[in-house]
Design a protein around this ligand. Structure first.
Ligand code: ZN
Ligand code: ZN
Length: 246
């Protein structure tokens, strides 16, 4: 079942838990290697994979991220496929055809694989919002199997943009070149800006799988400072508890 929703600025925000599990053998490392220099506990990292449904008073829906996808998805090499996003969405009372806008925070396989199903857009009536820098850097299976089938449904933005009433995206690069976060009211859906709580304690802690660890740490530090100053609520992708109050 979906986690309990919150309402911010008249928009109901529901965390949809697509999966829970450790990384597969291909990329699994101890936490101390994934987050070097942190005081992370010496244990396996059990990731949660959260997507978020945003629904305003008029019933307009935005889905932030689409999870790990089906059993044969590009995430299958390392994530606990198949994801359960479809069931979570149904439990929240929304059909795929009712989703108006999909925001892809970035094109990693655990965030964007569920954007397509059987080679077609999984949310047939939605625009898919992606940053220009992320599209330009796309390659491999995410390009061939996700972006190509979405071609006519893409809404490419640069920097800050209002993508639905009251819902804005902001470029937050480093984890990937065109990584973006989503703001609605005092809430920020943060994608992979912050991977693990050790990075809230110290935003300078780097993540092994950031594309550009230095750039990612700078972006994380700047954005977390700004978000703390406004006492924002984070909606995270991989923490066990989806919401964090700063
Ligand atoms: Zn990522
Ligand atoms: Zn991720």
């Amino acid at each position: 079942m979906p986690h309990k929703p919150r309402t911010v600025a008249g928009v109901e925000v529901t965390p949809l838990c697509d999966a829970v599990g450790p990384m597969g053998d291909s990329i699994r490392r101890p936490l101390a290697e994934l987050f070097p220099g942190s005081n992370a506990p010496d244990e396996a990292w059990i990731l949660h994979f959260h997507c978020y449904l945003l629904r305003d008073a008029r019933g307009r829906t935005t889905l932030v991220d689409t999870g790990i996808g089906a059993a044969d998805s590009p995430a299958a090499s390392w994530a606990p496929v198949p994801g359960t996003l479809a069931g979570e969405l149904a439990a929240a009372g929304v059909t795929p055809a009712e989703v108006d806008t999909v925001v892809l925070t970035h094109l990693h396989s655990d965030h964007a694989s569920g954007a397509v199903a059987d080679g077609r857009p999984a949310f047939a009536n939605a625009r898919y919002v992606l940053q220009r820098d992320e599209l330009d850097a796309a390659g491999g299976p995410m390009l061939d199997r996700v972006i190509t089938p979405l071609k006519d449904h893409l809404h490419v933005v640069e920097g800050q943009s209002e993508v639905a009433p009251g819902v804005r995206v902001h470029l937050a690069p480093g984890h990937t070149p065109g990584h973006q976060i989503v703001r609605v009211g005092e809430l920020a859906v943060t994608g992979d800006l912050v991977l693990h709580p050790v990075q809230l304690a110290d935003p300078a802690v780097r993540y092994l799988y950031d594309d550009d660890q230095v750039h990612a740490a700078r972006t994380r530090g700047e954005l977390l400072d700004a978000l703390r100053a406004e006492h924002a609520v984070l909606a995270t992708a991989h923490f066990a508890d989806p919401f964090v109050e700063l």
